[in-house]
Ligand binder design. Structure first.
Ligand code: TPP
Length: 586
């Protein structure tokens, strides 16, 4: 808290130092200017009478585009997807008071859970109305105007409830700084009458700091010595395990440097997939505790020491908590603390610790290089029938992936199936393994594709189940409207396959209504049928023919592939996780 206060003071002093002129701008312009500095180019949401005065400013903005979605939940999911793919930026969702914000809250909660920086802006009644509390539309009719904010407090790390213009800039900067330094959602309400109020633009001259609080140098140096001692004892038999927070806290470069300078073997947890290039010569595959491919499992668990970077130890991310690695063999680097065996060092964050550690560890390079890391690959199996099984499908689509593809996978068989598939260098894997709200992936794809467009990445490829897609399917129309060209694979296995394997294999509640999937694109946006193409594949031969077709691979239009699969067939990793879940519950 003290460090934050000092940083805040420093920021204020810098502002005063730069305050040679005092240009006035509106509160709305101030917010948009900050978002521009954070490299935001798309804002998602749904209009409402309480937010439209602010939307005018977005619509008139030269570089930020308003992406109107079909509902607010999807807007929040899209903002989450945008932030994940864009990196060094944030996702922004704008909703209206009550009805809009409550719809978005599940999406914001997912961003909280998975540590994604999202700003949720809510247009609220005027400051006079907020004080007098008349029985306005969108209220509960009981005069309680703060209920929605109270709900938001549970899924955001900072809130700014603007009630006057005097503190507006300071408040906006405070929550945005929290958002970017902690990689978590924040909440901002703008009363209608404040949108056009004029405030000083002075603070904008200094960009917001992304730097985490500095480590105490004495403690940091002690931690480094402790780690070095353990690595010595381990005789350089060290394995690096990289996870979600290495991506969220912007450590890709630092991790790459560590691998170059030490040549330690590296593995990834599911949520850390593609944090390190899966084509890296020291990359050995995905580690998921007992769910891991046996040859990989042994190499990780037999190492003398594990250097874990950015771990997020949720059930599905750890193979239902089955890491067979004793704490005495583990060093864990986190954004705000370090664990050396059983000792915890609060306030020692990995962003500044890791580069120093890398320098000191580089002396092990020669020894570590001698530890072999078999290149992880997944062959397409030979199967006697022509049905598209999971065992066949995932390695086969793996061959279709290219450098810089963005690969989005939905909760369900997709999330588990795709884990085993090696992905090309510079590809980006996006999934919601901890929060697991179905429907997320489809709307996330909208944001991911827009961020991919900003960054000139490759194709956006979505894998989703028929059940999940029924929750958020409307957002396909927003993709078409903005000329985005994702490839959408819908796995049609007649319902909730993952749920069948967890409980109620043949229960009717795990069945869903059948849809004509191949008509969706022309119903949802591409009415003339010129901007999209849809396919159904029922057999291995049809699948292969499609995936080998250059026109399909480079279509430059939105495409949907309905993949017909067996109702009960499921990926290896999902079966293993389901078995462990059953054991845990017994
Ligand atoms: N509602 C939400 C919002 N999120 C959830 N995770 C669930 C319900 C419970 N749930 C988890 S997976 C799933 C359900 C209902 C079914 C997914 O089915 P589908 O998308 O068809 O994928 P499949 O496993 O068949 O590939």
């Amino acid at each position: 808290a003290e460090v934050n206060r000092l940083q805040h003071e420093l920021q204020t002093l810098k502002v005063q130092y730069h305050a040679e002129d005092d240009e006035l701008i509106t509160v709305s312009e101030y917010i948009l200017k900050r978002l521009e500095q954070l490299n935001v180019k798309s804002i998602f949401g749904v209009p409402g009478d309480f937010n439209m005065p602010f939307l005018d400013y977005i619509e008139d903005h030269p570089t930020i585009e308003w992406i109107g979605t079909c509902n607010e939940l999807n807007a929040a999911y899209a903002a989450d997807g945008y932030a994940r793919v864009k990196e060094h930026s944030i996702g922004v969702v704008v909703t209206t008071f009550g009805v809009g914000e409550l719809s978005a809250i599940n999406g914001v909660a997912g961003a909280f859970s998975e540590m994604v920086p999202v700003l949720h802006i809510v247009g609220v009644p005027s400051t006079t109305q907020l004080k007098n509390k008349p029985m306005l539309h969108h209220t509960l009719g009981n005069g309680k105007f703060d209920v929605y904010t109270k709900a938001a407090e549970n899924v955001t790390i900072a809130q700014a409830i603007l009630m006057n213009k005097a503190q507006a800039a300071v408040e906006i900067d405070r929550i945005l700084t929290e958002c970017i330094t902690n990689a978590r959602p924040v909440y901002l309400t703008i009363p209608m009458d404040l949108t056009s109020e004029k405030i000083s633009a002075k603070r904008l001259k200094v960009e917001l700091s992304r730097a985490p609080p500095p480590n105490d140098p004495n403690v940091e140096s002690y931690v480094l010595d402790e780690i070095m001692e353990l690595v010595d004892d381990a005789k350089q038999d060290v394995v690096v395990l990289v996870d979600a927070c290495a991506i969220r806290h912007d450590l890709r470069q630092e991790v790459d440097d560590l691998l170059v300078k030490t040549r330690f073997p590296v593995y990834a947890a599911p949520m850390g997939k593609t944090a390190v290039s899966e084509e890296h010569e020291r990359y050995g595959g995905i580690y998921i505790g007992s769910v891991t491919d046996p040859s990989i499992k042994e190499r990780v668990e037999n190492a003398n020491l594990i250097l874990s970077i950015g771990a997020l130890k949720s059930d599905f991310n750890t193979g239902m908590f089955t890491y067979h690695i004793p704490a005495t063999h583990t060093i864990e680097l986190h954004s705000d603390h370090t664990l050396v065996r059983h000792a915890k060092f609060p306030g020692i964050g990995m962003k500044s610790l890791l580069p120093k550690l890398t320098e000191r560890l580089s002396k092990y390079q020669e020894g570590a290089s001698r530890i072999p890391v078999p290149h992880y690959k997944l062959d397409v199996p030979k199967e006697s029938d022509d049905k598209i099984s999971h065992a066949y499908f995932w390695p086969r689509v793996g061959k279709f992936f290219r450098k810089q593809d963005i690969i989005v996978a939905e909760t369900g068989t997709s999330n588990f199936g795709v884990l085993d598939v090696p992905m090309p260098d510079k590809s980006v894997f996006v999934s919601q393994i901890l929060y697991g709200s179905i429907g997320w992936a489809t709307a996330c794809t909208l944001g991911a594709a827009l961020a991919g467009r900003d960054k000139c990445l490759g194709r956006t490829i979505l894998f989703t189940g028929d059940g999940s897609m029924q929750l958020t399917v409307q957002e396909i129309s927003t993709m078409t409207r903005h000329k985005l060209t994702p490839i959408i694979f819908v796995l049609n296995n007649k319902g909730y396959n993952i749920e069948r394997h967890l409980h109620g294999l043949d229960r009717k509640y795990n069945d869903i209504a059948d849809w004509k999937w191949t008509s969706l694109l022309t119903t949802l946006g591409d009415m003339e049928g010129k901007m999209s193409k849809s396919y159904m594949v029922r057999s291995k031969s049809e699948l292969n023919k499609l995936l080998d077709d250059d026109e399909f691979a480079n279509a430059g239009k939105i495409q949907l592939v309905e993949v017909i699969m067996d109702k009960y067939d499921t990926p290896r990793a999902l079966q293993a996780a389901a078995d462990l879940t059953a054991k845990m519950a017994a």
